[in-house]
Write a protein that binds this ligand. Structure first.
Ligand code: HEC
Ligand code: HEC
Ligand code: HEC
Ligand code: HEC
Length: 411
């Protein structure tokens, strides 16, 4: 561990750890729980951050701009959302290049236990949904451009119609912002209308920039506002109880408003905050028309609700076993993992009911180098996965690869 520890130190760990702990200790710990029809992460994001260091990922990869620079930043890339299964797909696709680099640098490829991998996934998931820290200078301009200063002061400078936003400097996370903006939007909207001000809209990372600026305005000791870990399960209940479900569908269920399922939501929480804000007037009008009271949220409730919406999207609907069987054949897995045990690799029927993205990623890291060796001997290219193929493959393996056809097990 000393080598890793040294690297970690040389990489300004203190800064990274501070930054990440602030986020990770925030509301983004993913709770586990059944339901949703997908695969849940039973991991601990904070422990996962340690895994990220201990296994040496940080030597090559950065998260949120801190760490190694020789491989993609795992918080940033790629731009769209990535389900847990697609994350395994990405690791799988890049694995041979990664192992090659490790070989060149004489770093052993790390082995994982499944719980370590779960923690790592929870960590990567947290940092991905946090996005990059905002640009404070840009945030300062935005307060002016969006005309917030006509009603709000920041540290005494600005309007007086609304509260001084400096009090917000202690809110470290965008969830508190979404919650406040949501609760106060009707009053703000009324006053803006009165003054002939347009409803300001936020694009891209602008909410993150704004938060970054306001956070520079603290005086004295910072009041830390830590939230309890969010619970997607509680969020599922709130989605109905607060009336969101009356208008919004999730994954194709019909609603009177945009579907909030898989693809519709942005990648980061602060982008989500912007979205809620932008749509607030139209939503409010539609609530008034439908005679639905506008729900109010506590911080914890908003965190739960967002955890639910994000988890729904992260844990894609389960895959399709028939398509998975085809993936298994086309990628050549079947040529080594024959059900009768006559191939170069072990039969995978024993994985029945045990496959999760984390289990598969664990197998990839632990057995992949030997697999790659075998493929090279057979002059077989390393199979690559398209988005969506991994989740189908998982479904097939979960039903007992190969055994299904013979025994027709499980519905
Ligand atoms: C020796 C350097 C090195 C180490 C150590 C390393 N990686 Fe990588 N990793 C790379 C490189 C290089 C790529 C890009 C490969 C390519 O372009 O095909 C990559 C790609 C990836 C990708 C795909 C990224 C994407 O955007 O598609 C994932 C996920 C990943 N690595 C995870 C990990 C994890 C988890 C660890 C720690 C267990 C780790 N890597 C350790 C070098 C490394
Ligand atoms: C037309 C005046 C007006 C403008 C413009 C305005 N606000 Fe407000 N804002 C208010 C008022 C009034 C309140 C208090 C509302 C209430 O009590 O429900 C408020 C409340 C808030 C709160 C909650 C504060 C707290 O302490 O609970 C936040 C956060 C906020 N505004 C952010 C913004 C941002 C960011 C902008 C610019 C995009 C903005 N406001 C533009 C009038 C305005
Ligand atoms: C009375 C119906 C109604 C209710 C209740 C409602 N919404 Fe909406 N929502 C809408 C409409 C209509 C839009 C589209 C607004 C527009 O086009 O600007 C919308 C848009 C949104 C958007 C932006 C979607 C996108 O992809 O652009 C989000 C996020 C959202 N609502 C979240 C919520 C949440 C969370 C709740 C529960 C607290 C909720 N809504 C309750 C009607 C509703
Ligand atoms: C060229 C032969 C070969 C191909 C093709 C191949 N594998 Fe493997 N696989 C192996 C070998 C050999 C092992 C055992 C490696 C070891 O002992 O570390 C293995 C191990 C595994 C394991 C862990 C098994 C266990 O019980 O621990 C999994 C899961 C796996 N492979 C999945 C796949 C998938 C999915 C594919 C297709 C995308 C695939 N393999 C393609 C040879 C292959």
């Amino acid at each position: 561990m000393t080598a890793t520890a040294a690297t970690a130190r040389s990489l300004r760990t203190a800064g990274l750890l501070g930054l990440l702990l602030a986020f990770v200790a925030g509301p983004w710990l993913l709770a586990q729980g059944p339901g949703g029809g997908g695969y849940f992460i039973p991991g601990d994001a904070k422990a996962g951050m340690k895994t990220f260091f201990d296994k040496g990922c940080v030597r090559c990869h950065a998260v949120l701009g801190e760490g190694g620079k020789r491989a993609p930043d795992l918080a940033r890339a790629p731009s769209g959302h990535l389900s847990a299964a697609d994350l395994v797909g990405a690791m799988w696709n890049h694995a041979p290049q990664m192992w090659e680099k490790m070989r060149q640098e004489k770093v052993p490829s790390p082995a994982f236990t499944e719980s370590e991998m779960s923690n790592l996934f929870a960590f990567l998931y947290s940092v991905r949904s946090m996005g990059e820290p905002g640009d404070a200078e840009r945030g300062r301009q935005l307060l002016f451009e969006k005309r917030c200063l006509e009603c709000h002061a920041v540290a005494g400078q600005g309007g007086r119609a609304g509260p001084d936003l400096r009090d917000w400097a202690s809110f470290r996370n965008p969830v508190s912002w979404i919650q406040a903006m949501w609760n106060h939007a009707p009053a703000m909207q009324a006053l803006m209308r009165e003054r002939g001000l347009p409803w300001p809209e936020f694009q891209g990372n602008e909410v993150a920039d704004l938060i970054a600026y306001i956070r520079t305005q603290t005086t004295g000791t910072r009041r830390h506002v830590y939230l309890q870990p969010a619970s997607p399960e509680a969020g599922r209940v709130l989605f109905r109880r607060k009336g969101c479900a009356a208008c919004h569908g999730l994954r194709g269920t019909t609603g009177r408003a945009p579907d909030l399922g898989t693809r519709a939501l942005p990648r980061t929480v602060s982008q989500f905050a912007g979205l809620m804000w932008n749509h607030s007037p139209a939503m409010w009008a539609s609530m008034q028309a439908a005679n639905v009271p506008r729900p109010q949220f506590s911080n914890k409730e908003m965190a739960d609700l967002i955890a639910y919406l994000f988890a729904e999207r992260y844990f894609e609907a389960s895959g399709h076993p028939q398509r998975g069987a085809r993936v298994f054949e086309v990628k050549g897995c079947g040529s080594c993992h024959a059900p009768d045990g006559r191939g170069a690799g072990p039969p995978l029927a024993s994985w029945q009911g045990r496959i999760t993205p984390m289990a598969l990623a664990t197998a990839l890291w632990n057995h992949g180098p030997v697999m790659l060796e075998q493929m090279r001997e057979q002059e077989m290219p390393w199979p690559l996965f398209q988005p969506g193929e991994m989740v189908d493959l998982m479904e097939f393996l979960n039903r007992g690869a190969g055994a299904t056809r013979a025994q027709g097990k499980r519905p």
